[in-house]
Design a protein around this ligand. Structure first.
Ligand code: UGA
Length: 428
């Protein structure tokens, strides 16, 4: 099939590479010349494991094409995917301006054959109907098209395998022809295919992300109870999670959820709820606990610190990505600076993105060992694999004081005590 993706962030670029790899002819449209040139040369711009290799492979096979131009890709595609960002506005509402702008550009360039226009960007329930109206207003007379919602469930850090091995493919549309084409495209993906209406498809995406956020906030809330009572949150959740009705996955307490999806989508669902006159108390509590998780960790550092020099390991909102959007590290660094800490950070991928925000207010090093040298304490904010079995004896010798604040529970408290560390983790 010939298909087009508009937008080359995590969803657009990963999906484009995966569908090109299945043998489709794929176009990716962007609006920044410099970025399109980098993509043409095989630079994915973002860090995502395996993405560079997949991009290079499909560029070489000439199955993926990057362009600034709408005409050729849109007029020759059977399916056009909108994969642009929907960042939160100040009031939490999703900013749909890029989606609507792209819809106008698609409309003007549609060919005369049947085209499916499918939104993969996360958009509030009702948005696809608005996209349909824009298309109807701007399409050439002879163009035939149908709208479909095809939300994406990939995670950063495991985006390629999540796309290929998706648990489910959701297709929402009123057009049988559109559903047929989308089912055909998604055939190589093993997950269950859910065919439904537009509104349900849109809401499935928000429900998934809000449920994931709820599980994390629930785990964090229970960690607060554990800290006040001496219970161990990992044991509590391990035992609770053995109940098949509950499960253990996505119930890891820590510094709360960050990233470009869960925080934004909970905010947008609250905003939609308010517009629909639904009480959003529950989702607001999920957000509040998420904030408290970060505050609780900061308070621990401020209370038990042994000096103003602190090493930080991990800056990205989760491992295997360089993304720092809504990362807990932003809140922690900002507040430590307000409290006059001297901060040295280490992250295998995200330092360049943190540098854009904090510049020379903090110091950057190339190894975790350099970060702890002569620091008064260490704080761990992201659970990168390379920290899990690091030489802790060496770390103890390099630190001025053997103190670790672990926001991700990566070490065994008994072992750390044996090694002579003062170890503060979450809910243990
Ligand atoms: C999330 C969803 O998991 C994807 O299914 C969805 O497609 C994506 O948003 C999206 O809407 O595009 P992502 O933001 O990449 O994916 O990352 P997650 O793995 O969901 O992690 C989000 C945050 O929750 C991270 O900060 C992580 O550290 C935190 N988390 C996760 C916890 O604190 N505890 C857990 O048990 C799990």
């Amino acid at each position: 099939m010939t298909i087009t993706f508009i937008g080359h962030g995590y969803v657009g670029l990963v999906s484009a590479c995966v569908f090109a790899d299945f043998g489709n002819e794929v176009y990716v449209i962007g609006r920044n010349k410099e970025k399109i040139n980098r993509l043409k040369k095989g630079d994915p711009i973002i860090y995502e494991p395996g993405l560079k290799e997949l991009l290079e492979k499909n560029l070489k096979a000439k199955r993926i094409n990057f362009t600034l131009d709408y005409k050729k890709p849109i007029s020759s595609s059977e399916i056009v995917f909108i994969t642009v960002g929907t960042p939160p506005k100040e009031n939490g509402e999703a900013d749909l301006s890029s989606v609507f702008e792209v819809a106008r550009n698609i409309a003007k360039n549609l060919g005369y054959h049947f085209t499916v226009v499918s939104c993969k960007s996360t958009v509030p329930v009702g948005t696809n109907k608005k996209v349909q109206k824009i298309l109807e207003k701007h399409v050439p007379k002879k163009a035939q098209f149908a709208i479909a919602s095809c939300p994406e469930f990939l995670r950063e850090g495991s985006a390629i395998s999540d796309t290929i091995n998706a648990d489910r493919v959701v297709i929402g549309s009123e057009s049988k022809k559109a559903i047929k084409l989308l089912l055909k495209l998604h055939e190589p993906i093993a997950g269950k295919k859910i065919v439904t209406d537009l509104a349900s498809a849109e809401l499935i995406k928000y429900t998934s992300n809000a449920m994931l956020a709820t599980k994390i906030s629930f785990a964090n809330l229970i960690s607060f109870y554990c800290e006040k009572t001496g219970a161990d949150v990992e044991t509590v959740l391990d035992a609770v999670g053995l109940d098949k009705r509950i499960g253990r996955v996505f119930m890891y307490p820590g510094l709360g959820y960050g990233g470009s999806c869960l925080p934004k989508d909970v905010m947008a669902l609250i905003d939609t709820g308010k517009k629909l006159n639904i009480d959003t108390l529950f989702l607001e509590a999920v957000e509040k606990v998420n904030q408290q998780a970060k505050e609780n960790f900061l308070k621990k550092i401020l209370k038990h610190q042994q000096g103003k020099k602190i090493a930080i390991w991990g800056l990205s909102f989760k491992p295997n990505t360089d993304d720092v959007r809504f990362a807990p590290s932003l809140f922690i660094i900002d507040n430590l600076l307000k409290n006059e800490f001297e901060i040295t950070v280490y992250d295998p991928e995200a330092e360049k993105n943190i540098k854009k925000i904090f510049g020379n207010k903090i110091s950057y090093v190339d190894t975790p060992y350099q970060a702890v040298k002569n620091a008064d304490q260490l704080a761990i904010l992201t659970e990168w694999n390379e920290f899990k079995q690091i030489n802790l004896k060496k770390i103890k010798n390099l630190l001025k004081n053997p103190i670790i604040f672990d926001g991700r529970n990566i070490y065994d408290p008994i072992l750390l005590k044996k090694l002579g560390f003062k170890y503060f983790s979450i809910g243990r």
